[in-house]
Structure formats: C-alpha cells, structure tokens
Design a protein around this ligand. Sequence first.
Ligand code: TXA
Ligand code: MG
Length: 342
Amino acid sequence: MKTLQLELTPEKREESLETAAKIIRCGGLVAMPTETVYGLAANALNEMAVESIFKAKGRPQDNPLIVHISGEEMLAPLVTRIPQAAKKCAENFWPGPFTMILPKSSVIPSVVSAGLNTVAVRLPSHPIARELIRRAGVPLAAPSANLSGSPSPTSAEHCVRDLNGRVDAILMGGNSEVGLESTVVSFVGSRPRLLRPGGITAEQLKEVIGEIEIDKAVLQEPEEGEAVASPGMKYKHYSPTARVIMVEGNSEDFVNFVNSKKDEGVFALCYKEDAGALDVPFLTYGSEADFAEQGANLFNALRKLDEIGCRICFAHAPKKGGIGLAVYNRLIRAAGFEVISL
Ligand code: TXA
Ligand code: MG
C-alpha cells in the first residue's frame, strides 16, 4: 500500500484534511496529530475499518481502543450512562489529554472495546484532530500510531518510520505538545479510578472530583495472568531495542553509578543537570523539576537510543509528582520493570 504524506502547510491544509476525511469515510486508516501523541484513526462505527487498525499496528486483539470525538454532544450516543463525576471531568478537562471509560452503548462495535461492555472516549484539543473528526462526520477509533510495543509517536516522522506502507495516509503535523498518552479514568466502578496517568494529573483530578483511586498497575508490574482494568497496561510497552534500566537516586549517586558502568554501547538517559559530570554518552530528557519537559521529550529520546547504537541505557528515574507520575509509568515499562535503587 502506498502511504500518502499529507502536508499541513497553510496552502495544503484544506486539501489534506479533505483527502484524510474521505479516506476515513471510505473505511481507510489515517495517522493524525493530537496534543498527546499521534493517533492511527479509523471510523469507530465501521467494524472492518477498526479491524484493520489492529492489523496495521500488530496490536493484540484484546487491547481496546479509545474513541475520539470533536464535541461533547457526540458523547451521549456512545454510552448508556454518564455519572456526575464524569460530567465534571468533561467540563474541566475536555478538550484535552483526558479519556473516560464509561458503559458502552450498542452503537460501538465490540471490536473497538475488545469485547468489554465499556468504551473509552476522548475529546482532543488538537485543531487538526478535531477538524478531521468533524469532516469525517463520525467518531474516530485511534490508538497511538506506532507499531505495537515500540514507543508512541510524538512526530509525523515517527509515524512514517513505523507505518509507511501499512496505512493510507499520515497527516504531517508538528511535534506533540504533551508527548505522553492521555490520562485514562474509569467511571464504571463504585469510585473513579485512574488507570493510566497522563497530562491531566492525579492532583488535578482530586481537585475536581475529590478522592480518586490509583490502579495498582500504574506503578507495579502485573502478575502473570492477572486480570487488569486497562488491558494496555499489561503489555511491555514503549520499548526501544536497547535494554533500559531505570536508576533511582540523586544526581551525584546516579552519575557515579553510571560512570562506573562505562563500556561499549552503554548510554545514559538523564536530567540536564546530570549531563556535565557524566563520563558516558548520554541523551537528556528534561530538567529535574520540569515534568512537562520530560514528558514532551521522553518517547523521542527512547527512539533515539536505538538510532545511536545504544546497547544498555541507564535512565535516571523521574519523580512521581504531577505529570512526573506519567513519565515514571512509561519509563518503568520501557525498562520492563528493571529498577536499581541507589
Ligand atoms: O492520548 C491518547 O490516549 C492517544 C491518542 C491517539 O489519543 N491514544 C492512545 O491509545 O494512547 P492507545 O490505544 O495506545 O491506548 C489506549 C489505552 C490502552 O491502555 C487500553 O487498554 C485502554 O486505553 N482502554 C481503552 N479502552 C478501554 C476500556 N474500555 N477499558 C479499559 N481500558 C481501556
Ligand atoms: Mg499505545
């Protein structure tokens, strides 16, 4: 399959969006920019189109997809109930990096929800994503636009690398602003539960709806065969080919530890503040206290490790406050839960 690269320059924007919307209406696949990461979009109401998303990504069939809408009025037909807490969150966090799990209506094909009786819904803030949904005239099922298992794409170039020849088109937008996938909260149990941390923080959620349970899969490795609330959390994710080892400790201890491991193919993924004292090649992913910067850079840095010939990467563990919790959640998965505490 030839993959169209649809430019979004002011002159080409209109034509590219029309082409992309037409592809979606005909049951095809389009990679689109969003404020979190790029998504691989298809008509969520077209079973065959959704099936082809799983094929293009090599995604396990039991991992459900997020349905994207362009306005709050599109939510009601997709679900059977919207609890008060969900309404409050929609008011506060939509449009934006926030996904709600709600009881699904019969409009949603079961391939979208991987057979669950719930559906994940998000109203993105990115103008291109919203315009594509509006023009297609249907909600869009869209997982991250990467090959299953590799780091999520935060630029159009990442999508080209993973999906060229496997999808109909890629909308060539800029870098994703948040750089981490959306916060996922389930509203189907007795209390709202955070299934995946992201750009909307646990602290922000608490302010709006009071207490929120944090699912144990957010920070811990699921046991073999254990049922998880969010199927996506059980897979090894976000992984470069290089072996990533997460290292917890202060800057001085981190630097001394990594320098003692100096060898062919050994790299560090570190804070800007660590860089000066390191004696091994490194990539920085942000300043220690700037969680948003870390989030925006992490996936690009993980992809780069492979390009620069990294064999083993010691990654300085992020703090778990604010968006840092999401950065930590992704990095510990990239590391396959291999952690060294100094
Ligand atoms: O920011 C994002 O959320 C991006 C952009 C494209 O919107 N999308 C994204 O999709 O990250 P994906 O498929 O890579 O991750 C969706 C996550 C998975 O962990 C999946 O298991 C979970 O959401 N999920 C989807 N539907 C669910 C459901 N009904 N119940 C529980 N978890 C669900
Ligand atoms: Mg994904």
